[in-house]
Design a protein around this ligand. Structure first.
Ligand SMILES: O=C(O)CCC(=O)C(=O)O
Ligand SMILES: [Mn+2]
Length: 199
């Protein structure tokens, strides 16, 4: 697994070929059909907006989680999600996840704004394993405070695995920008495996 460009305070690794083409394709279809996709609302300055993507939250019953301002209990693991969790465990034995957030970007208009995965339920140094299916999208990162550091852009390929851990979420934010025009992307599904800490 490749360690990425010099990024102070970040610990990020990228494996472009975590899944081969056939598995990537098969699992993509399974996730699209079997995860519980819905389009959530978010309220910003008192105004309700639809989030520009579909989301689905699956995991152990005990792992409940607050995101987009709402509490969510996870839907149960599907066979494809269990398979991926097992593969992650074989890939790196120290990895442990009790839940997974799916995001489905239907086209280039769907996106995710700058944020970090720093919810208290994840603990101070969460390990997040991100697997991508379908279209390639740019995953952008910028340091929270150091404007002298270049932004980093990683084109997350279908079948790839990106692991963020250590202090990454404390110092860096990330986003998936909208992409319009001639080369606008087709559908992409991303899964972020997470470990929600109990009380
Ligand atoms: O779609 C991606 O690659 C990123 C998803 C993400 O940042 C998140 O679910 O918190
Ligand atoms: Mn995130």
């Amino acid at each position: 697994m490749e360690a990425l460009a010099l990024m102070p305070g970040a610990s990020i690794r990228y494996a472009a070929d975590f899944l081969d083409d056939a598995d990537q394709h098969r699992i993509h279809q399974q996730l699209r059909e079997q995860m519980q996709w819905s389009q959530q609302h978010i309220t910003v300055f008192g105004k309700r907006h639809l989030i520009p993507r579909l989301e689905a939250w699956h995991g152990d019953h005990a792992a409940s989680y607050r995101y987009s301002g709402t509490d969510h209990s996870p839907h149960p693991w599907t066979a494809a999600l269990e398979e991926l969790r097992n593969r992650l465990g074989r890939f790196r034995e120290d990895l442990q996840f009790n839940s997974v957030l799916g995001n489905c970007y239907r086209n280039g208009d769907d996106a995710m704004g700058w944020h970090s995965d720093d919810e208290p339920e994840l603990g101070p140094e969460p390990c997040i394993a991100s697997i991508s299916f379908g279209a390639t999208r740019d995953f952008c990162m910028k340091h929270r405070t150091r404007k002298d550091l270049d932004r980093v852009k990683i084109a997350l390929q279908p079948g790839s695995l990106l692991i963020m851990e250590g202090e990454t979420q404390q110092h860096w934010v990330h986003s998936i920008p909208r992409r319009r025009g001639k080369n606008a992307p087709t559908e992409r599904i991303n899964l972020t495996f997470r470990n929600i800490l109990g009380d």
